[in-house]
Design a protein around this ligand. Sequence first.
Ligand code: KIV
Length: 264
Amino acid sequence: MNITLSTLNKLKSEGQKFSCLTAYDATFANVVSSAGVEVILVGDSLGMVLQGKDSTVPVTMDEMVYHTECVRRGNQGSLIMADMPFMSCSNDEQTYENAARLMRAGGHMVKVEGGAWFTNTISKLTERGIPVCVHLGLTPQSVNKFGGYKVQGRDEATREALLKDSIDAEKAGAAILLYECIPSCLMEEVMASVSIPVIGIGAGPASDAQVLVLHDMLGATPGKVAKFVHNFMPDGDGSIQGAISAYHQAVKNGDFPKPEHGFE
Ligand code: KIV
């Protein structure tokens, strides 16, 4: 069965959770989608995970298009969300052209990192037939502005700004919100404020869906991993397929993430 935005909205309306994982190539897209994971994110995390760079900032449009094409070839019915990389939305014309390139490459929707400044563009992309996921909270393309990978929304001003951004993004036509690294209690407030599906990472258990970077949940990331990461390899049958199925089931059942994966 092909997963569409209608499927995700239906799951939300029935109170059912859905899962999301990154993939960057045809083989893993096949494994991830065959495990039933509803959404594949072709994330610009590929800059760090595949290319070994320090951040997602150097990732280019050409690289995103190439990896989206690879994922499309392996995909077995998941909804493909493709990331708009750093500075690919700096004016309207550039945004339309770049979003169109990702859709032609096989994306079913695009993800943008942005807040209130972006609402006009969300409306315009949506009007032109391109569904948008808005990534809020810790937006890794702004790591240099934040001065590191820090939990966002801990003080009253940023908490209120993030809540307002969520509501404004929905009003502008965003199809999905994705929140990264915010306190779990703020995610509960977001959930009470919007009606579109919300995906979380490092944002506690309240959201409709969870996303992880594939290499993190397979325990393949060297060094210290973030608090919100869980290695699913021991939870399956020892195979990569088993780990991805275990992740999918844990998200669907509400067993992942647990409160200890979130921030207070
Ligand atoms: O690029 C990516 O993989 C992401 C996730 C961490 C949400 O944006």
